[in-house]
Design a protein around this ligand. Structure first.
Ligand code: UDP
Length: 322
């Protein structure tokens, strides 16, 4: 039986991943300090014979040493995420993302374990060379703008992972997640869909930032999890970076309109300037679209779940009593 360690496994993507691996018959250990992860995300898994939850930070090296030694593969998802959290707490963002990954990679080297590293489309920054390919140049803003610290911390994670692979032969695979959505995602740290859906089901105004004409591509978490699990089993993926996301592009304004319509909401849509939504001088990216050619060629993956279905799933979650 394969033994899997998921750092950040009580988070949104991690909890879906844990569920899938358990269904596949794997033994799953989750380590999470519940800083942004939530116990309720894994409540249905606790008590299952092949599941173990460790409530601890990944910086506690003695615990991590034992967990890494006992597993076959590590999915490293623990990180500070969410634009709002990053702006509010840049120290935590940078330290969690840099120091946590350093611990994971060092231990993976000690025990020669495979690491699937969760990275992000933020690493492309505000480049307008679309669609973003894994080898594309990156365009970052000034270091005085906190948003970019997230992109840079995850880019350093990538550099470090690639270096451990090249120099020390650690088997690593890097997944650059584009906007990922589905049940259990919280709007607390800024993510747009849970925020707008919550507003819509409560008939409150939908807060669309800027002119609403910025675009994103949203991928259902079930498709994302399938991509990551398949990549973990593909020997040729080792040492490589893959975009994981949908290329179905939508403006945030249209997204808000669809949410109002699908939720049968009476909400109005309200445009809010970025300076008010985040902080003065905040920089957003206008468009963000992945090239998914590489992952398609490697494992035949492409997203299958349409946005309409994903929105219905999220609407249902916000309607049901917690
Ligand atoms: N956004 C918005 N209203 C909100 C939250 C976010 O209009 O209440 C916008 C945000 O400015 C960005 C897009 O929605 O242009 C996606 O934001 P999110 O934080 O979900 O992800 P990002 O792609 O920025 O990492």
């Amino acid at each position: 039986m394969q033994r899997t360690l998921i750092t950040g496994g009580a988070g949104f993507i991690g909890s879906h991943l844990a569920e899938t691996l358990l269904v596949q018959g794997q033994h799953v250990v989750v380590i999470d300090d519940l800083s942004t992860g939530r116990l309720e995300n894994i409540a249905a898994l606790i008590g299952q014979p092949n599941f173990q939850f460790v409530n601890e930070t990944i910086h506690t090296e003695s615990v991590m040493d034992r967990l890494v030694s006992e597993c076959d593969v590590i999915y490293h998802l623990a990180a500070a995420v969410g634009v709002e959290l990053i702006i509010k707490d840049p120290v935590r963002t940078i330290e969690t993302n840099l120091l946590g990954t350093e611990v994971v990679l060092r231990l993976a080297r000690r025990y020669q374990r495979k690491v699937l590293l969760a990275s992000t489309s933020e690493v492309y920054g505000k480049s307008d060379d679309l669609p973003f390919r894994e080898e594309s140049d990156r365009v970052m803003g000034a270091t005085t703008k906190s948003r970019w610290s997230y992109a840079e911390s995850k880019a350093m994670d990538e550099f470090l992972a690639l270096a451990y692979h090249k120099q020390l032969n650690v088997p690593i695979v890097i997944c650059r997640f584009f906007n990922t959505v589905g049940p259990r995602q919280t709007g607390t740290y800024g993510m747009v869909i849970p925020r707008l859906v919550k507003q819509a089901v409560n008939d409150l105004p939908l807060t669309v930032y800027g002119d609403g004409l910025q675009t994103r591509c949203f991928c259902n978490v079930k498709d994302t999890v399938r991509a990551v699990v398949t990549l973990s089993q593909e020997p040729r993926a080792v040492g490589q970076i893959f975009n994981v996301g949908s290329s179905d592009e939508i403006t945030i304004l249209e997204l808000a309109q669809r949410i109002v319509q699908q939720a049968h909401s009476r909400s109005e849509i309200k445009l809010i300037p970025y300076d008010q939504a985040y902080e003065a001088g905040f920089e957003d990216m206008r468009r963000r679209v992945p090239s998914t050619e590489k992952i398609k060629a490697a494992i035949g993956w492409q997203p299958t779940i349409p946005l309409e279905q994903t929105l219905n799933e999220v609407i249902a979650q916000f309607r049901s009593p917690a």
